[in-house]
Write a protein that binds this ligand. Structure first.
Ligand code: FAD
Length: 476
């Protein structure tokens, strides 16, 4: 008597790749046949303000994933549901339709996503279907990097030290693509993939496997050595621009580190070098994910530093709009915000400057900025975005102290001395001499410029912000 074949379902979410995908790899070792699934939730993307340019990346990547899976004998099902809450039912339906005995996925650590998986797992268990969720999106899983007392770290530097200790004992070798399976394709029609969302001009971000890998390899071979010197200069193409792929799991951090270590095997012991500096950023990415798991209230809009709940923010739709549209009169802020709006991208240094400007100079709540970034960024990622905003707003763990406030003019002078970046995005300032490019309102000819005067006086705004934070702390 022939034994019934074990059919597994691999549920793809933020892990849109077939190489080094833990859930897919494990599923392929445990089942005879597999089906891949993606459930799209346009309403949820809309409600959570996910940027159309990021959705477009997903939309262009899914057919590639479908074809890659087909090449190893795995058919792909695409479903669209109106509401996030309908996802478990979509999984149950797929399980029923195809006689699935085991569902596999990689964990997402955000609160809603954890609840969704919990719910799905319970409903599957009632149907005697197994559900396995794997740690995959970090090199070292959340909950594994702990203090001597077994607690989560609240500060980055000791976290990094322990992370490196653990990492030294690991070889970050990515998992291979699974061996071919043989699902009888005649039993399942391949899904047509269409995602309803406004189209975006995202062709700057190719989504083919080989192109992404090439970007990683080129960066590690040609740019990583100078990364520490170039990474803060927005007019230099000195960072990897891999964050959109890491955010959607088209690339894994293990793949990144495998190439980095092949190029620079000693980098962990050379903290002054470019390669270490890049590794450091990957560790920041891990740190913010670990924090979400240790402190789930971060997913529910809470600041990490409780006392900062007392800060009296000054909501202003007018000032918020000026910031969003690059009309603050501070050129480095405005150039960055226009680049974001036009392209979905912003350099890390500029994210820090613009976030500081919103939360300190305008004293507008960091959540307004967090939400705006999510609605625009091609690499929008809850953990890194929340971490970055709370760092800049001085409300987070390991945040910059509230009394240290970025001066947008001197930041511009330091990181864009000749105003090259500013002139790229603020066409109206193209004729302003270098001497005035960071303070065009002081240029004797400024009357002919179609550019606003500074909407706040930085010196006064800084004092107000410091006083507001101090009062909040004293009253706590
Ligand atoms: P590289 O400099 O090449 O770094 C390599 C990788 O390390 C990045 O791709 C990214 O995955 C990770 N990384 C780098 N810097 C950081 C950091 N400070 N924190 C966490 N991870 C980091 N990053 C996102 O991926 N999504 C976001 O939504 C996001 N929002 C941010 C909001 C604010 C206010 C701030 C200050 C930072 C934010 N960052 C975010 C972090 C950082 O700005 C981007 O990861 C980085 O600019 C991406 O460029 P890159 O790929 O060239 O990075």
């Amino acid at each position: 008597m022939s034994q019934r074949k074990q059919v597994g379902l691999v549920w793809f979410r933020s892990d849109l790749r077939i190489v080094d995908n833990t859930a897919l790899f494990e599923a392929a070792t445990r089942c005879d046949q597999l089906i891949g699934l993606y459930v799209s939730t346009p309403m949820q993307w809309h409600e959570h303000h996910i940027a159309p340019i990021q959705v477009d990346l997903i939309r262009r990547r899914l057919p590639i994933l479908r074809d890659q899976l087909a090449s190893i004998g795995i058919p792909f099902v695409f479903k669209e549901v109106a509401d996030f809450k309908q996802i478990p039912q979509a999984i149950l339906d797929t399980v029923k339709d195809h006689g699935i005995s085991h569902v596999f996925c990689n964990k997402q650590y955000e609160w809603n996503e954890l609840q969704r998986d919990d719910n799905t797992g319970h409903q599957l268990a009632e149907q005697q279907v197994k559900f396995s969720a794997f740690d995959d999106c970090c090199v070292i899983a959340p909950g594994k990097v702990l203090t001597k007392k077994g607690e989560a770290f609240k500060v980055f530097t000791p976290f990094r030290k322990e992370w490196l200790n653990l990492f030294r004992g690991l070889a970050p070798s990515p998992l291979p693509m699974p061996d071919s399976l043989n699902y009888p394709f005649e039993k399942l029609e391949q899904s047509d993939i269409s995602i309803t969302y406004p189209p975006a001009d995202s062709m700057r971000w190719p989504v083919e496997e080989e192109t992404i890998r090439q970007r990683l390899v080129t960066f590690c071979y040609e740019k990583v050595e100078d990364y520490h010197q170039h990474r803060d200069i927005p007019s230099i193409d000195g960072t990897s621009c891999l964050s959109p792929y890491l955010a959607l799991g088209m690339l894994s951090p293990r793949q990144c580190l495998a190439v980095l270590l092949a190029v620079s095997p000693m980098c962990m012991d050379e903290p002054e070098g470019g390669a270490f500096s890049w590794l450091n950023e990957i560790i920041w990415r891990e740190f913010y994910r670990h924090l979400l798991v240790a402190y789930p209230s971060l997913c529910r809009g809470q600041p990490f530093q409780q006392w900062t709940q007392n800060v009296k923010w000054q909501p202003s739709s007018e000032l918020l709009s000026a910031w969003q549209h690059g009309l603050t009169g501070y050129p480095i802020v405005d150039a960055a915000m226009r680049q974001l709006k036009q392209t979905g991208w912003m350099h890390n240094r500029l994210r820090m400057i613009t976030a500081s400007f919103l939360t300190k100079d305008l004293l507008i709540h960091w959540q307004a900025g967090e939400q705006w970034f999510m609605s625009q960024l091609v690499d929008g990622d809850f953990a890194s975005n929340n971490g970055g905003w709370q760092w800049a707003a001085s409300t987070g763990t390991d945040a910059q102290p509230y009394f240290r406030v970025f001066n947008p003019t001197t930041q511009g002078e330091r990181f864009d001395p000749k105003g090259e970046f500013i002139r790229t995005w603020l066409y109206e300032l193209k004729d302003v001499p270098d001497k005035y490019i960071h303070q065009p309102h002081l240029w004797p000819d400024s009357g002919k410029l179609n550019y606003p005067k500074p909407i706040v006086d930085h010196k006064q705004a800084r004092l107000l912000a410091i006083a507001s934070f101090k009062t909040a702390k004293d009253e706590y």
